[in-house]
Design a protein around this ligand. Structure first.
Ligand code: SAM
Length: 290
């Protein structure tokens, strides 16, 4: 079955086309995971002369936690970092960087900057430039993740930390897949497919080790940032957002599209209908440059 993220160029155009919706639909889940990742860094050691890279930044989910007051459901001691460090965001999708810059302007991030840049090629940064590199939900999209990890190692100061994340389980994607399988039993597109190896901590660990981080300096942990939609109908609404459906529904008949919401309702458990929470769990790997 083909996927809406079938190759690296479709991933780029997917994020270009969905950039304006990213924060609205998945920003809070992503932010909870980013907060868990940031909590593993020595936040209290950073100062105004520290420099942090928000790699594959999207609209600046990580930067927002570092520089702005956290949302109510995030309580990580040391966030936001004060006084604010310098933060640089990079993303290879121009629309994501436009959204980063809009956040910078509206939230007055005076110490942040952002550039359109592939995370695999950090050539614009000098060796030992950063105190920390954070890549939340980005490593699995790189053409050459080991090269990306080696670049992280190069741009980190000795003693610096890189933290990366990937999904472990994705109930939202399982629901989307089940609905597609029901409406299109002869084969629709696969929603948000990730090769199974990328849902393991071992993959993240081996990438960081191959990138140059010593194995005894690479540690993994887990987090459950869940997708909180407020109510069952909130989940139904979120799962029909153009972020998921624009590409999936290409070539579908009005009758097939008309069945979507009901099929989503059938997939949700009683508890999910009551709470609007879809379980999402993730791996976090922190690597330390000695
Ligand atoms: C799932 S989003 C994560 C965004 C953000 N880090 C967060 O915490 O929500 C993945 C992001 O990685 C970006 N991306 C994917 N491949 C990239 C690459 N090779 N270089 C830079 N950015 C990339 C996408 O454009 C998208 O903004």
């Amino acid at each position: 079955m083909a996927s809406i993220l079938s190759d690296k160029s479709s991933i780029k155009s997917y994020f270009q086309n969905t950039a304006s919706e990213y924060e609205k639909y998945v920003g809070s889940t992503s932010s909870r995971l980013a907060a868990a990742a940031l909590s593993l860094l020595p936040l209290s050691s950073y100062t105004s002369s520290s420099h942090i890279l928000d790699s594959a930044s999207g609209p600046g989910i990580v930067t927002k936690l570092i520089l702005s007051p956290s949302p109510e459901d995030v309580a990580v001691p040391g966030l936001p970092i004060s006084p604010p460090p310098r933060v640089t965001g990079i993303d290879y999708v121009p629309a994501m960087i436009d959204n980063f810059k809009a956040n910078k302007a509206s939230l007055n991030w005076t110490t942040a900057d952002a550039f359109v840049q592939d995370s695999q090629d950090l050539g614009r940064f000098k060796d030992a430039e950063f105190d920390a590199v954070v890549m939340n939900l980005g490593m699995f999209t790189l053409n050459d993740p080991v090269a990306g990890a080696a670049e992280m190692y190069r741009v980190l100061k000795p003693g610096g930390y890189a933290v990366i994340t990937t999904w472990k389980t994705r109930r939202a994607v399982d629901v989307l897949q089940a609905v597609v399988d029901t409406i299109k039993p002869d084969g629709g597109l696969r929603p948000m497919y990730m090769p199974p190896e990328w849902l393991t901590k071992e993959k993240l660990i081996s990438i960081m080790e191959s990138g140059g981080f010593p194995s005894d300096h690479v540690k993994s942990s887990e987090s459950s940032p869940n997708w909180e939609c407020g109510s069952g109908e909130g989940a139904v609404k979120a799962l029909r957002s153009p972020m998921w459906t624009t590409k999936l529904w290409e070539g579908w008949s009005p009758e097939e599209i008309g069945r979507w919401d009901d099929e989503v309702r059938k997939q949700l458990s009683d508890e999910e209908k009551e709470t609007g929470t879809l379980e999402m769990s993730a791996w976090i790997v922190v690597a330390h440059k000695a």
